[in-house]
Design a protein. Structure first.
Length: 387
């Protein structure tokens, strides 16, 4: 790796364990990285929230559903609730993860909250450090900072986000920006550096403070290798790139170097999963997500269609092939069927944690799914925290 990459490894691994209690000794159990499995689940379960907006609904309603999901997830023992950054997609209302996470933090008290992820090339590292330093100050010990290098949108929108001349950055630009972000979080630029007197606030310049653990996210080998080399936790987007899951996880584990953050690899995979009371109900809901993805992939993004619209859609043979392939990687059905599918996925991948995303038209169906999955695993119910 280049000198830039070496700087990334030294700075990112040194401080990223600060997490929940401000302790920088890298204890994986204390920095919020490793979760606890509840009930009959073999690994911790978490939530990946796309804040989907269905036809006939609004972003306001979808964000209220996200609060409901976070509170339910907290009460049922899900380990974390992450929000993904997307732009210029009518069916997704998660363009500003930090804003949403602040709102979720105000309505929860225990569950970890984080980005799945912030697309770092879209933002100045100092801005990200200050946003997540603010979140850490609002919800100490509960914030994760997951980072990706994709734009989270199409090329034209990425150009609008980043400004001219930034779309063709070299592959090593992401490690450099990661190193810069890490130094802002730790407030440890060396003497003589141009940013030595620039401080991210809230942050260490104000006194001892914890800070969010860093995660790398990806759907290819680049982030898998980098996460391994840095000794950071890694989250793979199995929910939209299932064919690359095993190679990416193998690369992460093979590349892993123990760090102050982790002494062994920790891999999460995002999984499309939806449970309903009947197979037919589950199929009707996941078909809405599949049709939405088909439209997105063919340049026709829109709100998530209703089950009636999806059922009536006249798929061409190529479209049917795409939808069938997409649905083959969505774990759906009755609660017992979903539990079996998730358990099989853990056995095949060796994942340390599953992060479930329920991409469907109905907010009520998404909420019901997370509750049914918890029931299927016998996860204990706790009273939600009071506002």
């Amino acid at each position: 790796m280049s000198d830039t990459g070496d700087d990334t490894r030294d700075s990112a691994s040194a401080g990223a364990g600060a997490g929940g209690d401000g302790n920088r000794n890298g204890s994986a159990g204390r920095n919020g990285i490793r979760g606890t499995a509840h009930g009959r689940a073999t690994v911790p379960l978490s939530v990946l929230d796309l804040v989907t907006v269905g036809a006939g609904s609004t972003a306001h309603a979808s964000l209220r559903t996200s609060v409901d999901i976070a509170r339910l997830a907290e009460s049922r023992g899900y380990h974390r609730h992450w929000v993904a950054e997307h732009h210029s997609m009518p069916g997704v209302a998660s363009s500003s993860p930090a804003v949403i996470l602040a709102h979720l933090a105000a309505h929860t008290s225990r569950i970890r909250l984080g980005s799945g992820g912030v697309m770092l090339p879209n933002h100045a590292p100092l801005a990200v450090a200050e946003q997540f330093g603010t979140l850490e100050a609002l919800a100490p010990g509960r914030i994760d900072l997951g980072l990706g290098r994709a734009p989270g949108t199409d090329g034209r929108t990425a150009a609008a986000l980043r400004g001219p001349g930034r779309l063709d950055e070299a592959a090593d630009e992401f490690p450099r920006r990661l190193a810069e972000l890490t130094r802002f979080l730790d407030d440890d630029f060396p003497d003589g550096h141009p940013y030595a007197r620039v401080h991210a606030v809230p942050g260490p310049v104000q006194g001892p403070a914890g800070r969010p653990p860093l995660w790398l996210l990806g759907s290819s080998g680049f982030s898998a290798r980098l996460a391994g080399e840095l000794g950071l936790p890694f989250a793979y987007a199995h929910h939209f790139s299932a064919a690359g899951t095993l190679p990416a996880l193998d690369l992460y584990r093979q590349s892993f170097r123990p760090s102050a953050v982790l002494d062994a690899p920790y891999a999460v995979i995002g999984v499309s999963a939806l449970a309903a009371d009947t197979d037919a109900q589950a199929r009707a809901q996941v078909l809405t997500g599949a049709l939405s993805m088909l439209r997105l992939r063919t340049g026709r993004p829109g709100l998530i269609p209703t089950p009636e619209e999806a059922a009536a859609y006249d798929f061409s043979p190529p479209e049917r092939e795409f939808v069938d392939g997409w649905l083959a990687n969505v774990v759906h059905g009755t609660p017992d069927e979903v539990r079996t599918g998730l358990d099989d996925l853990v056995k095949r991948t060796g994942a340390d944690e599953l992060m479930l995303t329920a991409n469907a038209h109905s907010g009520a169906a998404r909420l019901r799914s997370y509750d049914l999955v918890a029931d299927a695993y016998g996860m204990p119910a706790q009273a939600p925290a009071a506002d």
